[in-house]
Design a protein around this ligand. Structure first.
Ligand code: ATP
Ligand code: MG
Length: 385
């Protein structure tokens, strides 16, 4: 992380332990976190630049024309278009058609590259409700519908990832609890996701809530996931391209187990107030795990979630995150989308619930970026070292 000046109100801890409130001139910085002095709210302003206005979708316009005018040809350009707010609201039919047309001129049909070896990605952020589970299941589904083989490990006692994938996870179902506490092989608890070929899930049941405490007194309590995963990935007939581990909103032993068991960390950051709160603690823990338990661990990916292109706040959070984390941040941001939030109640990912929605298209683009970035430089060595 760079030492550049931080914007107050986003949750960055300051040296003095207080959030700075004034800039050099003594003025309040109103945009991020502080209400403006005149009592008005400066968010929800609509497209803020001419470019964005030019690119937004006009009623009655043919999708192909929109695509042409927006000059969207690549994933990066699509990301820009989505970020402009034009795709933020897919409730209008024209925006929806435009998105489909845009993806058609993009590279939607190009196959996603297979990684040289299984990439085990830990989706972590101890802040609650930032989109960890949503990101886990939708990236996994996006990669699977693109022909890759993907395993989702639900490591959150809430079992949200299991629910979203339509996987039965009532108390008696063999689950990640049995793997972590009873040393049951992952192969014995894994379930196939019915709706999507190439997608599997290790469910979490409510039992896992007790595991955090049970693990404390166990041998090698931090490496139980690692051991189980290494064993599973070596077993016959198991050939995943990706494994995603969905962490609970805490930095306890379950999350530590995921960090020790994974190769890469993916941090979803919600484009909202206090987006960066607690992030330095997460990064410190990752450093500690890297120093003592898993030297290969790298924060490879940061994904901006719930991006609302109509608010300045979202753009400011995105700028701030990009300034601090540079290329680790995916070009594609996930827009706030009603379809994304509806999908889990149907036991589905947005990829199957509404494949043409902005949410599905963005997760597909984010997945493509992850796949295309590859891992050769970070993962030259195998998991066995
Ligand atoms: N892009 C989005 N647009 C709209 N709603 C979203 C989006 N992403 C996530 N949500 C909603 O926000 C809520 C929190 O998302 P999610 O459960 O993925 O977060 P989480 O980080 O896994 O939460 P927890 O910390 O409790 O595990 C959910 O209700 C989800 O449906
Ligand atoms: Mg979750």
């Amino acid at each position: 992380m760079s030492d550049a000046t931080v914007v107050p109100g986003l949750g960055w801890p300051t040296a003095a332990g207080v959030v700075a409130s004034m800039d050099a001139t003594g003025e309040r910085r109103s945009a991020i976190g502080w209400p403006p002095t005149d009592g008005t709210i400066d968010a929800a302003g609509g497209p803020s630049s001419n470019l964005e206005r030019e690119r937004s979708v006009n009623a009655g316009e043919r999708p192909a024309d929109v695509a042409e005018r927006a000059q969207v040809r690549t994933a990066a350009e699509l990301a820009d278009f989505a970020m402009s707010g034009s795709l933020a609201d897919m409730d209008t039919p024209i925006a929806r058609e435009a998105a489909v047309a845009l993806m058609a001129v993009g590279r939607r049909t190009a196959p996603m590259p297979e990684p040289e070896q299984t990439r085990v990605m830990v989706v972590a952020n101890q802040k609650g409700g930032v989109g960890k589970t949503t990101t886990t299941v939708n990236l996994a589904a996006a990669l699977a519908v693109s022909g890759l083989r993907v395993l989702v490990v639900d490591l959150d006692p809430q079992g949200n990832a299991s629910t979203a994938l339509g996987i039965d996870h009532h108390a008696e179902i063999p689950s990640i609890y049995d793997v972590m506490v009873e040393e049951t092989p992952i192969s014995d608890v894994v379930q196939k996701v019915e709706e999507i070929d190439g997608l599997w899930c290790v469910p979490a049941t409510i039992d896992l809530a007790g595991a955090e405490i049970e693990l404390v007194s166990m041998v090698a309590r931090e490496s139980r996931m690692r051991k189980a995963m290494d064993q599973h990935l070596k077993s016959e007939g198991v050939e995943y391209d990706y494994v995603f581990i969905d962490c609970p909103p805490s930095l306890g032993l379950l999350t530590v187990n995921a960090l020790v068991g994974g190769d890469e960390v993916l941090i979803p950051i919600q484009c909202e107030y206090y987006a960066l709160e607690g992030l330095s603690q997460l990064l410190k823990n990752i450093d500690m795990v890297r120093a003592h338990l898993n030297r290969e661990l790298a924060v490879s990916t940061i994904l901006l979630t719930m991006y609302d292109g109509r608010t300045r706040l979202a753009a400011q959070v995105a700028d701030e995150v990009r300034r601090h984390f540079g290329d680790t941040v995916l070009r594609t941001a996930i827009p706030r989308s009603v379809r994304i939030s509806e999908a889990p109640s149907y036991g589905q990912t947005v990829m199957t619930y509404d494949a043409a929605s902005s949410g599905a298209l963005s997760y597909l683009e984010a997945a493509r970026e992850i796949a295309e970035r590859g891992t050769t430089d970070q993962h030259g060595e195998t998991r066995d070292g």
